[in-house]
Design a protein around this ligand. Structure first.
Ligand SMILES: Nc1ncnc2c1ncn2[C@@H]1O[C@H](COP(=O)(O)OP(=O)(O)OP(=O)(O)O)[C@@H](O)[C@H]1O
Ligand SMILES: [Mg+2]
Length: 276
């Protein structure tokens, strides 16, 4: 089975990109999929979720994703960067602040290499899925992730879409798909949903009306179980198997597999329906 690569993108901070990558990754590994997580964010949140901040911040750049972006380290083996997380079938390429200097704000400027991540991942085998966690911007790291991916997931909290700038995200996807024609939208994933809030219920409906079947049926609730699992450095699938939070993440993982197998949506078409 060929590897399916999925990036989690949104320029809005705190919308649940890292949390979704972490817990969906755990759910897919628990369901038997060999999963590689790639931390593509200089904040290193995904890496810290497994190993803690001190261990991640002190990692030498050569052991992190920065090695892929460093012109002096081109001969390094990308496969060496993938390390076990301690959970079966779940590995990670870690990142820390050493990635920051490479995350240039104008990714399509001449001279910047937009395909470093794609080329590095081409040498990495033995995984069913690669999930890439992106920073809250559309700079060179996210750009590399889009050009390395088959599918994109856009985590969206059900709040003011205007402030979230989804239009810019959709435009970036359309732009990236010209350089990476296999890029498809797996879907918008509603995150941090609180069904007690009228505003959340209204925005969820609005999102579904606007983006129709590109919105995941599964919805990630705002739940302390995710935070507790994270604090224990364990995806919720493994921290509290059988819990409601674990079941939700298993459903998101299954739906992601179905959506990627089904082909997803042309990213170019999203520009027309974008708001915000
Ligand atoms: N469904 C959820 N329920 C409860 N807490 C959540 C949920 N999703 C995310 N959080 C918490 O919200 C904070 C931000 O989430 P997360 O780090 O996943 O966002 P992000 O989009 O990756 O942020 P950034 O843009 O900084 O990378 C974290 O403390 C996380 O634990
Ligand atoms: Mg994050």
């Amino acid at each position: 089975m060929p590897t399916t690569t999925v990036c989690f993108i949104n320029q809005k901070g705190g919308c649940g990109k890292s949390s979704s990558t972490y817990h969906v990754g755990g759910a897919l590994a628990a369901a038997g999929r060999r999963t590689l997580l790639v931390d593509c964010d200089p904040q290193g949140s995904l890496s810290q979720a497994f190993f803690g901040s001190a261990a991640v911040e002190t990692l030498p750049a050569r052991d992190t994703l920065a090695a892929v972006f460093d012109p002096a380290a081109v001969l390094d083996s990308p496969a060496r960067l993938a390390v076990p997380t301690g959970f079966e079938r779940l590995s990670i390429v870690r990142a820390n602040q050493s990635l920051a200097p490479y995350n240039r704000p104008e990714p399509d400027r001449e001279g910047l290499n937009q395909f470093l991540l794609r080329d590095a991942l081409a040498d990495v085998t033995g995984y069913d899925l690669v999930l890439i966690d992106c920073p809250p911007n559309l700079y060179l790291a996210s750009w590399n992730a889009m050009l390395a991916s088959d599918h994109v997931v856009i985590p969206v909290p059900p709040e003011d879409f205007g402030a979230q700038g989804l239009r810019v995200v959709h435009q970036a996807l359309a732009h990236a798909s010209r350089l990476n024609p296999r890029l498809r939208l797996a879907g918008h994933l509603v995150t941090r949903y609180d069904g007690r809030l009228l505003v959340h219920r209204a925005y969820e409906q609005k999102l579904r009306a606007l983006y129709r079947d590109t919105v995941f049926e599964a919805v990630v609730p705002e739940a302390s179980a995710f935070k507790v699992a994270l604090a224990c450095r364990t995806p919720v699938s493994h921290h509290a198997p059988g819990s409601k939070a674990a079941r939700v993440m298993a459903a998101v993982g299954e739906e992601l597999l179905a959506r990627t197998a089904g082909g997803g949506v042309e990213t170019d078409g999203m520009k027309q329906t974008s708001v915000g």
